[in-house]
Design a protein around this ligand. Structure first.
Ligand code: G4P
Length: 287
């Protein structure tokens, strides 16, 4: 693989299977909740999903909202709402936003709940399939929302993967994604953004190149944050020079006085990933 890009070609084969599984299981649910990473809401989506779920009611969870830029998260909420898709910021580590999710599902499907009530179908629950690409926080979300109702739903006739159902409360059940939903890895920007957030292993990438690209984005969109953390304002157009500048500023020098660009690259990515630089979003709706 060329270290400067991420041409990974196994996406279609894996997706064909997942697509089939999701299509089959869609018949069992009333709505789909799609989890995305609020810092990279485009790159952390599967590009075929909209087509797969068709006209099923759809809700988006902007997860890891605790690490994302609040103003841009609001823009994403507005953007998705303008498309008729309710979007809710969630922090699946603390559970913040989870009640809003339950309320949104129930209000989006209130007609269905009313029909169940009218027909005396007490005990019939709304069912929602939770989908998301790996590392987006799907397990964390399900664990948080299911809480003490850890007991999974009993076997159901005709449903082989019964262990993927979770009871949330007396009105709501969740179905974990059947199969693995992949992001569009073969797009270079998507690959980079997922690598910045730590969703793709560093080991297959050139760490300095990755850090230079991240630094470039931060210089353009978060210069104040860089100034506050590193006290550097005079970045140039040369990505490598900028990484060197950062290394020198942090005292990361190797024998001979050269800047330790590999070490500073690792540090920059680490600080971005654990939110030490601040709350940063890399993708905005109008781009
Ligand atoms: P997945 O099922 O979609 O693959 O993702 P998973 O829940 O395993 O979450 C992936 C990582 O993202 C985990 O971190 C998890 O703690 C973290 N995470 C999930 N949701 C949120 C969130 O809303 N906010 C924050 N800040 N982090 C979130 P990890 O480093 O792999 O594990 P650990 O930190 O839990 O030890």
């Amino acid at each position: 693989m060329n270290e400067n890009n991420l041409n990974i070609n196994w996406y279609p084969g894996h997706m064909a299977k997942t697509k089939r599984l999701i299509t089959d299981d869609l018949k069992l649910v009333d709505a789909v909740a799609e989890i995305v990473d609020a810092r990279v809401p485009v790159s952390s989506r599967n590009p075929d999903l909209l087509h797969i779920i068709g006209s099923k009611p759809h809700i988006i969870l902007l997860n890891k909202a605790d690490m994302a830029d609040v103003h841009i998260t609001q823009k994403w909420e507005d953007y998705f709402k303008s498309l008729g898709i309710p979007a809710i910021p969630v922090d699946s580590k603390t559970g913040r936003g989870i009640n809003a999710f339950k309320d949104t599902v129930k209000s989006a499907l209130s007609g269905k709940l009313a029909v169940y009530k009218e027909k005396g179908m007490t005990g019939k629950k709304l069912r929602v399939m939770v989908v998301g690409v790996p590392n987006v926080g799907k397990s964390s979300f399900i664990n948080k929302i299911v809480g003490n109702n850890r007991a999974k739903v009993e076997n159901r006739p005709g449903v082989t993967r019964s262990n993927q159902w979770f009871s949330v409360d007396k009105e709501l059940e969740l179905l974990d994604t059947p199969g693995v939903l992949w992001p569009k890895f073969d797009d270079e920007t998507v690959g980079e953004h997922l690598a910045f957030t730590g969703s793709i292993s560093d080991r297959i990438l050139d760490i300095e190149l990755l850090a230079m690209r991240l630094l470039d984005i931060l210089i353009r969109y978060y210069p104040k944050m860089l100034d506050e953390r590193f006290k550097i304002t005079d970045f140039s157009d040369e990505q490598y020079d900028n990484l060197c500048k950062l290394a020198v500023k942090r005292g990361m020098i190797i024998k001979g006085g050269e800047p330790d660009t590999e070490r500073v690259a690792q540090k920059l990515l680490e600080e971005f990933r654990n939110c030490k630089l601040g709350r940063i979003t890399l993708e905005v709706p109008d781009a």
